[in-house]
Design a protein around this ligand. Structure first.
Ligand code: ACO
Length: 383
């Protein structure tokens, strides 16, 4: 029998529990609003860069021109990996999942940092920059390694988005491709206390280190109910053989109580503002790259979902149209979730730095429903 302690309530999935205060991102799930430090996501996607957005999240204000130049230079100086890290990349099994590789490489970064356990604010900021700057090399490096290609070293003349595409393909990306990648990084940078951010906070609240917090977050992001959904969307699009089969596919999934990946959200009960922006954007990129058929397929799924479950507040989320965008950019589908991590590391670290300002161990209770006063019998007496 459940025995909830006085003054406590059970909230499975923490649906109705506020666990801390934060000045980083504001979400109005009813109106479909997302702001980073008060700036509308649409303005940031249109006018900002991932580097500037990260500065905003880490400092709670936009940088001046010289501050942004210094910050960008600092990130670029951190692009290069130690020889030990390059060696580790090429020692990983080629058939490993890129998310497992990314989690392992991020964790391994701590082994090459003599100050990995330094808890000072300055050391935590340094580690945050290092992880943000190096993740693109981890993802692109592992992808080239598994394909048997020579690894491409980072180039400090490039932004984070350009550098990633350059290391992935070995070629300087076009301006349009680099901007598309940059916008995806901005849109995924932060989102309140989502599951992976919360997981990172649980780790940092024990006064563990930043590498451990981000490693925890990557493991949490990987799940198909969270960041793993963008890969799930692409698998679904590949699974549906032509636009004429969409109706039957979606209806049979819904009838079997299965989930359509890229739809629904714990907080948004109206259109996810990131999806609004990405939808138009995905269409443009799909047109440019000859992937309009794929976009039309996505649009058809959305129309049927809107008709069937729109009234229940189930709309496309950020993962739905980011999948089409990444695919149009020629990125392998199992890199979609690592790309999410490459962006969200700015939010994870921002929240950890913020939480540490007034840290309190996160330690919820469970509602024990098991037996009591069981008589212990010796092993020899048990059958
Ligand atoms: N397809 C079909 N039905 C859905 C979907 C969906 N994508 N999402 C929710 N529902 C239905 C559920 O079946 C449930 O129906 P029921 O009440 O008849 O049982 C109802 O809506 C409520 O669903 P819950 O899982 O209770 O809602 P919750 O807030 O816990 O879940 C979640 C949110 C996990 C994101 C859910 O919408 C989902 O599984 N979506 C698909 C995976 C996905 O796209 N995840 C990415 C989220 S965004 C992000 O992490 C970046």
């Amino acid at each position: 029998m459940s025995a909830i302690m006085q003054g406590m309530h059970t909230d499975i999935g923490l649906v109705n529990t506020i666990v801390a205060r934060s000045a980083l991102s504001f979400i109005d799930g009813e109106k479909g609003v997302l702001e980073y430090v008060g700036y509308d996501i649409d303005d940031l996607a249109r006018h900002s860069t991932f580097e500037e957005t990260t500065f905003l999240l880490w400092n709670l204000r936009l940088p001046s021109r010289s501050e942004l130049a210094d910050f960008t230079a600092q990130i670029r100086r951190n692009y290069e990996l130690s020889e030990g890290m390059w060696d580790l990349i090429v020692s990983l099994p080629r058939d490993a999942s890129p998310m497992h590789a990314l989690r392992t490489l991020t964790s391994a970064l701590s082994l090459h940092d003599p100050a990995a356990d330094d808890p000072s604010e300055e050391a935590n900021a340094r580690k945050s920059i290092s992880m943000l700057a190096k993740m693109p090399a981890f993802i692109a490096g592992f992808d080239r390694h598994r394909k048997g290609l020579d690894l491409v070293r980072p180039d400090e003349q490039y932004s984070i988005a350009e550098n990633f595409l350059y290391m992935l393909t070995g070629e300087k990306p076009t301006e349009r491709m680099a901007r598309a990648m940059d916008i995806c990084l901005i849109l995924h940078a932060d989102h309140g206390f989502n599951a992976s951010t919360f997981a990172s906070l649980v780790t940092i609240s024990t006064l563990s280190d930043m590498y451990s917090a981000v490693t925890t977050a990557i493991g949490t992001l990987k799940g198909p109910l969270h960041g793993g959904a963008n890969q799930g969307v692409m698998l679904m699009l590949n699974d549906i053989d032509g636009i004429e089969n969409v109706e039957q596919y979606v209806m049979s999934k819904l009838a079997n109580k299965e989930r359509i990946m890229g739809f629904g959200h714990r907080v948004y009960k109206s259109y996810d503002p990131r999806a609004t922006y990405l939808k138009t954007f995905a269409q443009g990129i799909a047109e440019d790259t000859g992937n309009l058929e794929l976009f039309n397929l996505s649009h058809e799924i959305e129309a049927i979902m809107d008709r069937e479950v729109g009234s229940r507040g189930i709309y496309p989320n950020v993962d739905f149209y980011s999948a089409t965008t990444y695919y149009s950019l020629g990125i392998d589908l199992d890199l979609f979730t690592p790309l999410f991590a490459m962006s969200r590391v700015s939010g994870w670290t921002a929240h950890c730095l913020e939480y540490l300002q007034d840290n309190r161990l996160i330690r919820p209770r469970c509602d024990y429903i098991g037996p009591h006063k069981q008589p212990y019998s010796q092993l020899s007496e048990r059958v």
